[in-house]
Design a binder for this molecule. Sequence first.
Ligand SMILES: Nc1nc2c(c(=O)[nH]1)N[C@H]1C(S)=C(S)[C@@H](COP(=O)(O)OP(=O)(O)OC[C@H]3O[C@@H](n4cnc5c(N)ncnc54)[C@H](O)[C@@H]3O)O[C@H]1N2
Ligand code: MOO
Ligand SMILES: [Mg+2]
Length: 397
Amino acid sequence: MLSVAEAFSITQQNLLSLPDKTISLIDAQGRVLREPVSADRDFPPFDRVAMDGIAIRFADYKARKRQFRVVGIQRAGQPQHTLQEPDTCLEVMTGAMLPIGVDTVIRYEDIRITDGVASVMIEDVEPGQHIHNQATDRRAGDELLPVGTYLGPSELAVAASVGQVNVMVTALPRIALISTGDELVDIGDTPLPYQIRRSNTYMLRAALASLGIQASLHHIVDDEAILTERLATLLADHDMLILSGGVSAGKADFVPDVLASLGVQKHFHKIEQRPGKPLWFGTTPEKAVFALPGNPVSTILCAYRYVLPYLRASLGLTPAPLRYAQLAEPVTFRPPVTYFLSVRLTSEPNGQTTAHPLPGSGSADFANLLAANAFMELPADRSEFSAGESFQVWETL
Ligand SMILES: Nc1nc2c(c(=O)[nH]1)N[C@H]1C(S)=C(S)[C@@H](COP(=O)(O)OP(=O)(O)OC[C@H]3O[C@@H](n4cnc5c(N)ncnc54)[C@H](O)[C@@H]3O)O[C@H]1N2
Ligand code: MOO
Ligand SMILES: [Mg+2]
C-alpha cells in the first residue's frame, strides 16, 4: 500500500491541464493569474504630496525664513503648478503633484495662515518631508504580479491601478460532486429508520468554494448498471469527478470497478493512513477522478490533504505554505499508518500555534468536526507523540 507522501506525489504528477481564460477584472476575485502584470508607470507616477498643507523651498526655511505668502493652491487632479518667487508658498493637497520650484511640505497643523501669509510654527522641518517621491515603490516596467498569483484584494487593487480592465486567468474546472449509496436521501426528505440524509457533497462543495469553484451536486444509487451509465455521462460533461462512498470492501462498493470499466486509469486505491484509507485516484488523458471514502471525516480529510492541493496545483497556484503546530497533550496511536488526528488549533500570545487533540469516535463522527478546525499529520513510523512536539497541520477552513 502507498504512503501518504507517495500517494500525494502521484496526484501532483497527474494534474488537470486547464486552459487560459480572459475575464473582466471585476469578476477576478479568487482566480489565478496566467499572464504577468507589470507597472505601466512608476509607483507613485509623480512626486506626490503626502500631507495637506503648504509647499515651500527648503532653502528659504534654512535661511531662517518663517513666513511665506500664499500665492496659489495645488489640488489633487490638477496639472502641475509652478512656484515662481522666493519667500512664497503654495497650498498643496494630499495626492496632488508636487509643484515645480518647491521641495518640502509642511502640514496645516504646523502652520497658521493669517491674511494670506503662512507662518511656520515648528523648528524641526526636514528637507523633502511629506513627499512620496516618484518611483519610490516600483518602477515602470517592473513585474508586479507574476504568473500563478492568487488574485485577492491587494492584487486586484494593483491590477486595477495599471489599467488591467481584463486579466488572463486559469479557467475553472467543471467538477461534479457525486454521493453514492442506497441509504442516502435528499436533505429535504425525512429519512426512514435505516436511511440518513446525504451531507458529504455539501461539505465538498464548500471546500471547493475556497478556490472559487462552484461544483454541481449529484447522487447515484448502489446499482452497478445505473452507476455505470450515470458516471459515463457525468465524466463526459465534466473535467473532474469527486465521488464519495462505495470505494471500500462492501457488496455495494462498485465505484472502483465501474470507473475502470469506463476507461479511467487507476493510479492508486488505498493509502497507509487513517482516516481515509480506501481513497481511489484515477485519470483519463484529460480528466481526473477522486473517489473518496464515504465516512465523512475520511471524505473531508482526503479533500483537504489531496484534492484541494491537486486543484491548487492544476490552477497554477503555488502550494499553500506548510503549517505546523505543537501538540498540547501526548497522543498514542499504534497502527503503523499515518494518523490524521482531528485537532483544534489555537494561537498563543508568544506566536506559537497549539493543537488540542479531539480524537472523536472515528471517521463517521462528523459532529466532531464542528469543534475541530484542522488535522494534525502524525507520522506512520512512531506510535507515541509527546506534548510540545511539532507536526504539520491541515486546516479545514
Ligand atoms: N471490510 C472492510 N470494511 C471497511 C473497510 C475495509 O478496509 N474493510 N474500510 C472502512 C473504511 S476505512 C471506510 S472510510 C469506509 C469507506 O466506505 P466507502 O467508501 O465504501 O463508503 P460507503 O460504504 O458508501 O459508506 C461508508 C459510510 O459513510 C456514509 N456516507 C457515505 N456517503 C455519504 C454522504 N454523501 N453523506 C453522509 N454520509 C455518507 C455511509 O452512510 C456509511 O455510513 O468503509 C469501512 N469499511
Ligand atoms: O478511512 Mo476510514 O475513514 O478510517 O473510516
Ligand atoms: Mg462501503
